[in-house]
Design a protein around this ligand. Structure first.
Ligand code: ATP
Ligand code: MG
Length: 359
């Protein structure tokens, strides 16, 4: 998938933008406050109906305007499709796919798979496991079409199980019923995650070892319980602990990716720049695996690439993405220094100034 035409109306300082990007590399330069991040935020909104930098969608809509909208003509399986998302200051949201109103964000995400790398990406190694779970599940969602439905079932049964545990007023039969539903979906999620990670790790290692100086990097998948024992037994033996705490302490809702460098936690010893390039390699590996599996491109949004990266590390990143077919939207205050690193010919350069974009 790639965006062929983009129309943005009233997103932050972007009042009215129409762009025809390259299907390959797009570079956006501009001063602080010109609107570079807002542009990527608008594309993210088109794929996921939310912002990556705020939960307060009111601040996403241009000041003194009642609504915002992003429309994209995208290429999907060689077909041209229309996607549109709009939002009002009263929180009314509309998703349109091929002109028809839809409710499902998952459907939108299916047509526009977005990988985001932002200036704080290096923090994801130190962040809570949920951040690394999101990275993992991005891949599992696209790799296994059934994942979204199973994931919803797992969270629904977990919610019911936790509500029972919290209430402390339930029969063993009631708890067993929700435990059984939870266990079924949790086991399937674990299997799908394991299958995905088994394919992702070799891609990731290949990229990181061939393009960076970081060697002896390892990723271990932690399923959310000690998997020497199966989850059924863990849930049974944790029952009194779960009752006392009022929630389920084991399961895929606690999964994590443990990333080590020379046997120690990467977040404990790598510099911020080294952590960022590692996270970049992981996301590029996901993009590459996506391309292999679907014979399709995904859309990479890379905000302020040089943040935390020196020119050598920027070059390493560009060497990582050069073999990919995906569509890249890269921003930096100055993109001219990045241009020579690209081997691809189809680069489009844009300049962002006071909310206007020119090429
Ligand atoms: N709701 C809004 N309405 C109008 N303008 C806004 C709104 N929210 C933010 N802005 C302004 O939009 C401008 C663009 O911000 P943006 O973060 O996109 O800049 P940027 O080019 O990424 O800058 P930097 O290089 O510092 O990251 C800023 O001047 C900001 O103050
Ligand atoms: Mg910015």
């Amino acid at each position: 998938m790639s965006i062929q035409k983009l129309k943005i109306t009233h997103v932050r300082n972007l009042k009215s933008i129409i762009l025809e990007p390259s299907a390959s590399i797009n570079l956006f330069s501009g001063h602080n406050g010109s609107g570079k991040t807002s542009l990527l935020e608008a594309i993210y909104f088109l794929g996921l109906t939310r912002s990556f930098r705020t939960n307060k969608m009111l601040s996403f809509i241009s000041e003194s305007h009642q609504n915002c909208s992003v429309y994209g003509k995208i290429v999907h399986n060689s077909n041209i499709m229309d996607l549109g998302v709009s939002r009002t200051i009263n929180n009314k949201q509309k998703i349109k796919i091929e002109g028809v109103t839809r409710q499902s964000v998952a459907e939108l995400a299916h047509y526009l798979p977005i990988q985001l790398i932002h200036p704080d990406s290096f923090t994801c190694l130190q962040a809570a496991p949920s951040i690394r779970r999101k990275i993992l599940d991005w891949g599992v969602f696209y790799h296994h079409p059934q994942f979204g439905v199973i994931w919803k079932m797992m969270y629904l049964s977990l919610k019911h199980r936790n509500a029972l545990l919290r209430s402390k007023r339930y029969t063993q039969i009631e708890l067993d019923t929700w435990t059984k539903t939870f266990l079924e979906s949790a086991t399937q999620i674990h299997i799908l995650r394991m299958q995905y990670i088994a394919q992702l790790i070799p891609e990731f290692k290949h990229i990181i070892y061939s393009e960076t100086k970081l060697q002896s990097i390892d990723i271990t998948y932690y399923p959310g319980w000690n998997d020497i024992t199966d989850l059924r037994h863990v849930l049974a033996s944790n029952q009194s602990k779960d009752m006392a705490l009022g929630y389920t302490t084991a399961g895929p809702q606690r999964a994590d990716l443990k990333i080590t460098y020379q046997g120690r936690l990467a977040s404990d010893i790598l510099s911020r720049g080294q952590q960022k390039i590692l996270v970049c390699a992981l996301k590029v590996a996901q993009g590459k695996l996506f391309e292999k599996t679907h014979k399709q491109r995904c859309v990479f949004l890379v905000d302020d690439l040089p943040a935390e990266l020196d020119p050598e590390h920027c070059e390493q990143f560009i060497n990582m993405i050069n073999p990919l077919f995906s569509q890249f939207w890269l921003t930096a205050i100055n993109t001219e220094q990045l241009q020579p690193f690209f081997s691809k010919k189809t680069i489009k350069m844009f300049h962002v100034e006071h909310g206007a974009i020119n090429n």
